[in-house]
Design a protein around this ligand. Structure first.
Ligand SMILES: Cc1ncc(C[n+]2csc(CCOP(=O)(O)OP(=O)(O)O)c2C)c(N)n1
Length: 350
């Protein structure tokens, strides 16, 4: 990934439709996402979490800024880098902590320790591991919505690596042909696990893939949260008014490894530090908020203290919840129709 030296520290785009009140809300989500990741990394290092920890360090603005342009009735299928979009859609940190701690009351009841769960009331269609597979799923959801005369937009988030899969092609193509309001967001963060972008695809601009499907393509600076919001807003307006699908390429950078266990030995020296110093989405937005006199540094610090206390309380609450009953381990995984009603009443429902 090219690292153009900025002449002056980057800020966020000035052209916006957002009010100051919305900016503050947006900032809280951004900061919450950053601090949630930091908290989960600490919990992992304390050996309190059993599963892998996947963070979005350095690319939080893409998930938060784009999800912020959606309406409550819209659907999202996030991926591991999009916890920020889950928060914007109303998923509480405590619910994700319950998953991470593998508690019996977690939506997945400890059969999964990531955020592979759904909350359809909130328009949150849970992610699955299989890259690209959520695109046909979201396409199907939109087709069903159309048949029911429901006005919904759906978003499938994925990395540039996932755009090399067959299901990406099938899903995007079908949505394009049917002019479904699907917004596919490719987060081009430089690496797919340890594979750099140049070894992932021969095209240099992933936005160009839109051309081949006959849909609208937009490219955005994924570390500029205001630009992410505005680009997404225009995509949502376009899709909602019957023009069909949109593909957005968000240019960003993954500052952590694939997950916490990945030491990033494949990353050239100095690259991560460069992005941290020159193109951090949180710093950029803070600079903007301060320049525009929307929030003072003191107010931002106060918000960080409030979020820290909130997250500590959320995590403590989740940790205190009971673990699952061993017998529940196989429930909702296999076909349990063989379970006799008496056994179910006696053991499972207690
Ligand atoms: C179909 C499929 N193939 C391989 C994997 C294993 N895998 C998990 S994440 C990952 C890399 C994903 O890269 P990218 O899509 O660019 O997203 P990023 O992690 O960079 O956000 C791979 C290969 C998988 N989950 N699904």
């Amino acid at each position: 990934m090219k690292q153009k030296k900025p002449r002056r520290p980057l800020s966020c785009t000035k052209e916006t439709t957002l009010t100051n009140e919305k900016f503050i809300e947006l900032y809280r989500y951004l900061k919450l996402t950053r601090m949630f990741d930091e908290k989960t990394v600490r919990l992992k290092k304390q050996s309190k979490l059993t599963g892998g920890v996947f963070t979005s360090l350095g690319q939080e603005a893409t998930a938060v800024g784009t999800a912020f342009a959606l309406e409550e009735k819209d659907f999202i299928a996030p991926l591991i880098r999009d916890i920020g979009a889950c928060f914007v859609k109303g998923i509480e940190p405590r619910t994700i902590f319950l998953q991470y701690f593998g508690r019996g009351t977690a939506p997945s009841r400890a059969t999964d320790v990531q955020f592979h769960f759904a909350d359809l009331e909130k328009g949150f269609v849970g992610p699955i591991s299989h890259l690209g597979d959520m695109i046909p799923v979201m396409t199907g959801i939109l087709l069903a919505a159309r048949m029911r005369n429901e006005d919904r937009v759906a978003v499938a988030y994925l990395g540039e690596g996932a755009s090399s899969t067959g299901t990406f092609h099938e899903g995007v193509n079908f949505a394009a042909v049917k002019k479904l309001p699907l917004i596919t967001i490719i987060e081009n963060n430089g690496y797919a696990y340890s594979t750099p972008t140049r070894e992932q695809a021969a095209c240099t601009q992933f936005v160009e893939k839109a051309l081949g499907y006959g849909i609208k393509g937009l490219q955005v600076d994924g570390n500029d949260i205001v630009a992410c919001y505005e680009t997404m807003k225009s995509a949502v307006d376009y899709a909602r008014t019957g023009n069909g699908s949109v593909l957005i390429e968000a240019m960003t950078y993954r500052r952590k490894g694939h997950a916490e266990h990945d030491n990033q030995a494949y990353v050239p020296e100095g690259e991560i530090e460069w992005w941290a110093e020159h193109n951090d989405p949180v710093t950029r937005f803070e600079k903007y908020l301060s320049e525009q006199e929307i929030l003072s540094n003191q107010q931002m610090d106060d918000m960080a203290v409030e979020i820290k206390e909130f997250l500590n309380a959320e995590a403590e609450w989740a940790e205190d919840q009971p673990p699952p009953e061993p017998v529940q381990a196989a429930m909702n995984v296999f076909d349990n129709s063989f379970v006799s009603p008496a056994y179910k009443k006696q053991v499972l429902d207690k």
